[in-house]
Write a protein that binds this ligand. Structure first.
Ligand SMILES: NC(=O)c1ccc[n+]([C@@H]2O[C@H](COP(=O)([O-])OP(=O)(O)OC[C@H]3O[C@@H](n4cnc5c(N)ncnc54)[C@H](OP(=O)(O)O)[C@@H]3O)[C@@H](O)[C@H]2O)c1
Length: 331
């Protein structure tokens, strides 16, 4: 069993990570950490964990093997660095790091310290994506040419870190990362160039809308949009030379939610229903199994670096008003 310590008593830790950890056959909760020791104690009592304390106490606990970092995005770098220095494996919430340069530094530090690092894109673990890749591989919609992904939701409540630029807020880091990750996973080709535009809110200074276009080697194009203050949408579709595949619910998927994949081709439209799964439990299982095997069969770090290169290039494109080629990006 991989023994996890929590770096932050966040909403996502309470709603999804800890319940999944409690069900996991591969990992368990060892110690709860919070900036506020009283908050750590209350959370630990609520979830039935005997040990709690500050973030520093989580990192110095020899019985903690790995940490789950779910602070606001701007605090991920510091705690990932400190966790790596303390010899802890790291499961870090998305967006892991706000720049590709920092991502590269932390991946290198983890390699030196012999610890593994995964960006917690739990959505990837839903079997619906493997089904889409299988259908694409079988040529069910011909050659995939366009990916369209969107993640939009109502405005976060006042005080939420998503509305604070100093804590890494904005739709770009919190939401646009999802359709970008889905496009990289689905199209399976190397990203060649990126362009993006963000809309910044005058009152908060964070972006409330982001549109990112990624052109892939071989010519497929992904259009990714994200924003808040909007109707909820959590989808992607792939348009090919002979059909189209759409996921009804692509990203944040409650563990009791049945999902559907719709395949449109000339003979007609088929809806394939997939049973509910807990993507957090599946993610924890893969992370724990890989870490405990001591082997490097899954390239968590390479996936994190590719994602951060594309996101970093998107931000540069927005700032510089030009298309950013990705060849050797950040090398
Ligand atoms: N994978 C998913 O499905 C998913 C869904 C939602 C969010 N997320 C990601 O998870 C992370 C946390 O999101 P959330 O919505 O759970 O956030 P949240 O409820 O605001 O929790 C963040 C926690 O970070 C700690 N923290 C440390 N420094 C802080 C600071 N300066 N200001 C405020 N809090 C601070 C606090 O815990 P303590 O007081 O206990 O230290 C706080 O409870 C983000 O990276 C987000 O993008 C992932």
């Amino acid at each position: 069993m991989l023994r996890f310590g929590l770096i932050a008593c966040s909403s996502i830790a309470r709603r999804r990570f800890v319940p999944a950890l409690k069900r996991s056959a591969h990992a368990r909760l060892e110690r709860v950490g919070s900036r506020d020791p009283a908050r750590a104690e209350a959370f630990a009592r609520e979830v039935g964990c005997a040990k709690f304390g500050t973030y520093e106490e989580v990192l110095s606990d020899p019985e903690v093997d790995a940490v789950y970092i779910s602070t606001p995005i701007a605090q991920h770098d510091e705690w990932a660095q400190r966790a790596a220095e303390a010899g802890k494996h790291i499961l870090c919430e998305k967006t892991a790091f706000r720049s590709h340069a920092v991502a590269r530094e932390i991946v290198a530090l983890c390699a030196r310290r012999g610890v593994r690092l995964m960006e917690a894109f739990s959505f990837r673990y839903h079997p619906q994506h493997a089904l889409v890749q299988q259908l694409l591989g079988e040529g069910r919609i011909g050659t995939a040419k366009f990916f369209h992904g969107e993640l939009t939701f109502p405005r976060p409540a006042a005080g939420d870190f998503r509305l604070d630029p100093d804590r890494g807020g904005g739709a770009f880091y919190d939401a646009a990362c999802y359709p970008v990750a889905a496009a990289l996973m689905t199209l399976g080709a190397r990203p060649a160039a990126v362009s993006a535009q963000l809309h910044l809110e005058a009152e908060t200074g964070v972006d409330d809308a982001a549109a990112i276009t990624v052109v892939f080697e071989g010519g497929a194009v992904a259009q990714c949009v994200a924003g808040f203050g909007l109707h909820f949408r959590s989808r992607y579709s792939v348009l090919g030379t002979g059909g189209r595949i759409e996921l009804e619910r692509a990203y944040a998927i409650p563990p009791d939610r049945v999902t559907g994949v719709v395949v449109e081709t000339d003979p007609g439209t088929e809806r394939i229903e997939l049973p509910a799964v807990d993507v957090f439990e599946l993610m924890i299982g893969e992370f724990a199994t890989e870490v405990q095997s001591g082997r490097r069969e899954r390239d968590f770090e390479g996936r994190l670096l590719q994602q951060s290169a594309v996101m970093d290039a998107a931000l540069r494109s927005h700032r510089e008003g030009r298309i950013i080629p990705l060849n050797g990006y950040g090398a």
